[in-house]
Design a protein around this ligand. Structure first.
Ligand code: HEC
Ligand code: HEC
Ligand code: HEC
Ligand code: HEC
Length: 83
């Protein structure tokens, strides 16, 4: 998957992440009310508030959070974003 945004493009290897880096879809697709996996922006809009992080904050927290926790995967801006 390639995300286009103001910080520059971000490549996300969804199937590798979902197959090799974690086994549980719910690690990322949290807060589901049924067995569906929703896009984050179904709930996380461009502008967040104190109850609901924005889409970009949700991504940064989840992506970087796991990389930091596991000590693997990029945490520097330009190791995810490329112009
Ligand atoms: C490491 C985190 C992570 C894991 C694990 C993960 N996903 Fe995702 N998935 C994402 C992100 C991030 C998106 C993009 C959401 C967005 O654009 O709002 C996504 C998108 C999707 C989409 C929408 C794809 C599209 O083309 O619109 C589906 C369906 C999906 N995931 C299913 C799954 C299933 C099934 C699993 C478990 C086998 C899984 N995901 C595991 C993070 C993950
Ligand atoms: C069905 C709605 C829904 C979907 C879909 C959803 N979220 Fe959330 N998310 C929430 C709500 C509600 C909160 C705030 C309450 C909470 O922390 O659970 C939240 C909080 C978060 C937080 C902050 C958690 C914390 O402990 O501070 C992160 C990070 C996050 N979401 C990432 C994501 C990502 C990434 C995706 C897509 C893979 C996603 N969310 C999909 C509803 C959703
Ligand atoms: C559940 C933990 C977890 C989450 C969530 C996660 N990652 Fe990763 N990521 C990893 C691990 C583990 C590696 C592998 C590091 C290695 O083997 O060197 C990795 C590697 C990467 C890499 C290096 C190239 C590759 O694909 O292997 C990129 C880029 C990356 N992640 C981007 C993202 C982005 C963007 C998100 C959020 C949409 C994300 N990651 C969410 C665990 C995670
Ligand atoms: C682990 C990967 C990763 C790292 C590290 C990372 N980002 Fe991001 N960033 C993302 C993802 C994924 C998105 C959301 C993509 C989307 O929705 O298009 C994003 C979104 C953004 C956006 C767009 C925000 C908006 O509101 O549209 C900016 C700007 C940004 N990042 C800047 C940064 C900066 C500055 C750093 C370093 C401090 C950084 N990013 C580190 C993955 C990362």
């Amino acid at each position: 998957m390639m995300f286009q945004n103001k910080g520059g493009k971000v490549l996300f290897t969804h199937s590798i992440h979902a197959g090799d880096y974690t086994e549980d879809c719910l690690d990322c697709h949290h807060n589901i009310e049924d067995d569906e996996t929703y896009n984050c922006s179904e709930c996380h809009e461009d502008t967040g508030d104190e109850d609901m992080p924005s889409r970009a904050d949700a991504f940064h927290t989840q992506c970087k959070g796991c990389h930091e926790e596991l000590g693997a995967g990029p945490v520097e801006c330009n190791s995810c974003h490329s112009l």
